[in-house]
Design a protein around this ligand. Structure first.
Ligand code: ATP
Ligand code: MG
Length: 417
């Protein structure tokens, strides 16, 4: 006898993660996520919209560089945003570029052309993270700009400690970073790129190294540490300046895309954080001139979030204009996604089940019809009838003399009894 498990296109015992973690970028995980991604027509249109806009930036630099992805719990926001970043960056996973994997899921010529063009013409570095898990230790009042900066620095190979990265950037500027690393190695017997992650020690060790290199400027081993620790700070404007500067240094010719998950929840009901977000997007737009993008996700649509605030700050109203691309993932897609992802049958099973259904169609339809005769004491029968008809979902029979409306889930029909 055939087991139900053997009818499906995919192994029904495979692991399906309930939620997508954007910062989980292990190659096997990413490959599996892309290979199982269902591109519905609505999702395809959203991808095309964003891709087309991204593709035109080199010719027509503009400030509309921000994408707001919203949708209910589990509607696929994280998946969408992550895939947007990964396909635009087109990193290779398990020997195959992500874009190729993704395009196999759609076979859509338009999508293929625009994505290939982006991959060829606009090489892009991505920084993808979840702001609810990457807040760091002193999270309480950290702003998005600070979190973005730390992760951006780390993605380029700088220390994610603001004081240490400031030092690295300045040394690099003066062409001294390499000699600093050498002296550090002599001093500590450790590589700087390893040692700098032990922040507690690294500050003092760096200070000692600088004293060795420039005793006239740093007369004591702790001179630099005393004068510089906890001085570095970041604002949205400086973040944008640094992005422009450091991208030129470490990723010349490349564009940048931030994908930040759960921003909605992070900024909701916090005017300062919203103003910071608005300033980040504005500064990135003005200073990056279309080269530096940001994609964020939120359960709420942007207008819902902004209008939910009591504060009618004019700057906040501008936040709406900063996100010209707004993608809302509809719940209606969820049923298509689940039926295609989980219930898809293999071709043998599809044929066999199809034949079985045809052979028994009459009996199946008759016996599985879901139907009901409805009478609601408080609702006028005509209104009940009209609302059943307006659904357009199945059969509707009107029985005024017996005082009920019949509804069923068969083909859409209507009759009077
Ligand atoms: N288009 C799709 N094709 C296949 N699976 C999908 C698709 N969209 C979402 N899923 C699956 O649905 C689940 C939820 O998706 P995801 O985590 O992206 O949603 P979310 O909107 O970010 O959820 P949350 O609100 O909990 O953050 C995951 O298992 C994901 O793999
Ligand atoms: Mg999510």
């Amino acid at each position: 006898m055939t087991q139900i498990a053997t009818l499906f296109a995919n192994d029904i015992n495979r692991q399906i993660e309930e939620v997508i973690k954007v910062d989980q970028t292990a190659e096997d995980v990413v490959a599996a996520e892309v290979d199982e991604y269902v591109v519905t027509d609505a999702i395809k249109r959203h991808f095309v919209d964003v891709f087309e806009r991204y593709q035109e930036t080199p010719q027509k630099p503009h400030e509309g560089i921000a994408v707001w992805v919203s949708g209910f719990f589990g509607s696929g926001k994280s998946s969408f945003a992550k895939l947007l970043g990964l396909t635009i960056e087109n990193r290779t996973t398990l020997g195959e570029p992500v874009s190729d994997r993704f395009l196999k899921r759609t076979h859509d010529a338009k999508l293929a052309v625009v994505l290939k063009t982006i991959n060829e013409k606009i090489p892009t570095h991505t920084v993808i993270f979840d702001v609810s898990t990457d807040r760091g230790i002193r999270s309480g009042n950290q702003m998005l700009s600070q979190i973005m900066y730390r992760l951006f620095l780390a993605s380029l190979g700088y220390s994610d400690d603001l004081d240490l990265s400031e030092l690295e950037i300045n040394l690099e500027q003066q062409g001294e970073l390499e000699s600093f690393k050498e002296v550090y190695r002599e001093e500590t017997n450790r590589e700087w790129d390893v040692g700098k992650n032990r922040t507690m020690f690294a500050l003092n060790e760096a200070s000692r190294t600088l004293h060795k290199m420039h005793p006239e400027t740093f007369p004591m081993a702790d001179s630099w540490a005393k004068a510089n620790v906890n001085r570095a700070d970041i604002s949205p404007g400086k973040l944008a300046d640094r992005i422009v500067l450091l991208m030129k240094r470490r990723k010349p010719g490349k564009s940048l895309m931030f994908v930040v998950d759960e921003v909605g929840q992070f900024v909701a009901r916090d005017v300062q954080k919203m103003l910071d977000l608005q300033a980040v997007v504005q500064q990135l737009g003005v200073k990056g001139r279309g080269k530096h993008w940001i994609v964020v996700t939120s359960q709420e649509k942007l207008n819902e979030l902004v209008s939910g605030l009591d504060n009618r700050n004019i700057e906040l109203a501008r936040l709406m204009d900063r996100f010209p691309l707004q993608v809302h993932l509809e719940p209606s897609d969820i049923s298509e996604v689940t039926s295609r992802r989980v219930l898809a049958k293999n071709s043998n099973a599809e044929q066999a089940l199809g034949a079985l259904f045809e052979a028994n169609r009459g009996r199946l339809v008759q016996n599985t019809r879901v139907q009901s005769d409805i009478r609601l004491p408080d609702v006028d029968l005509d209104r009940l009838h009209a609302s059943a008809l307006s659904l357009g979902l199945g059969g509707v029979g009107y029985y005024p003399y017996s005082d009920f409306v019949h509804v069923d889930v068969g083909p859409v029909r209507t009759w009077y009894g």
